[in-house]
Design a protein around this ligand. Structure first.
Ligand SMILES: [Fe+2]
Length: 279
């Protein structure tokens, strides 16, 4: 299938350390100013971008790790691409359960946006597609796992360290409703990664909350949405009053990763905390 093609891209880095920003689960609506649980997702994304521009003046690439549009609309993808371009000249996206990959591809004029094997400095970024069309939960499947192995074989041969990115969480996070949606073939995913010690981090979106853990010495990282947050530890859908945010990553040339999150501090955002969900 064409979406499983191995799409390599050589990106530029400004120094030895690769500086990345992850902006995830932007959930832009078709119309500018559309709302999700009462929150204007264009506005919240702009607030996150403004804060990131102040806090992180040096950025080599931006990662959009899925649910970029709430209803997979071309208009949303066009606006998103221009918003991201305010922060950085290099941006890469992967699809989430809310996205329409074929429409994402329509804004990919240069054939770079949906690259899944990005070489940047001493690092390789592998961007996987965990979407099951029409479903909320995620799965990689044989095609994406084969792509992962092929990319990591090449990355290891080139002496690169690797950061693997996807939309759905590959580990249970202790929130029952979200854990039903985790990557269905996560066991095969981790069995694959176990054979590639140069994979130093795994990064995802979907869960609209921060996770920072380790697995076999590798970083496991999840991040706030740029809009509505989900309450950690909740059995059922529950929004959280925490502010929108983003994640920064510094990928060092010796394989170390420094990373953290930042949430918008200077604004209040409307959100319907009593909602039973939006999926
Ligand atoms: Fe999602």
């Amino acid at each position: 299938m064409s979406e499983f093609r191995h799409l390599r891209h050589h990106a530029g880095a400004s120094g030895d350390t690769v500086h990345l920003l992850q902006l995830t689960d932007t959930h832009l609506e078709r119309e500018f100013g559309g709302k999700l649980l009462g929150m204007d997702t264009d506005h919240s994304l702009q607030a996150v971008i403004s804060q990131a521009a102040r806090e992180r003046p040096q950025v080599d690439a931006l990662l959009g790790t899925g649910d970029m549009s709430n209803h997979g609309s071309l208009e949303a993808y066009r606006r998103l691409k221009s918003y991201f371009a305010q922060l950085c000249g290099q941006q890469f996206w992967l699809p989430g359960n809310h996205d329409d990959r074929s429409l994402m591809a329509l804004v990919d004029d240069a054939g770079v946006l949906l690259s899944n094997d990005i070489r940047i400095g001493a690092w390789q970024l592998v961007l996987l597609d965990s979407q099951i069309p029409g479903r909320v939960g995620g799965r990689l499947g044989p095609g994406q796992l084969a792509l992962l192995r092929a990319a990591l074989d090449e990355g290891a041969a080139a002496g690169l360290y690797s950061l693997v990115c996807l939309h759905h969480q590959p580990v249970a996070i202790g929130s029952r409703w979200l854990d039903r949606q985790m990557v269905a073939d996560a066991d095969e995913f981790f069995a694959t990664l176990a054979g590639y010690p140069r994979v130093r981090g795994i990064l995802w979106g979907h869960i609209h909350q921060q996770v920072d853990r380790e697995w076999q010495g590798r970083r496991l990282m999840a991040s706030p949405s740029t809009c509505v947050q989900f309450a950690p530890g909740s059995d059922n859908f529950k929004a959280d009053a925490a502010a929108p945010g983003y994640r920064w990553l510094e990928l060092h040339s010796d394989g170390r990763i420094d990373s953290g999150i930042s949430r918008v501090e200077d604004q209040h955002f409307e959100v319907d905390l009593e909602s039973g969900g939006y999926l």
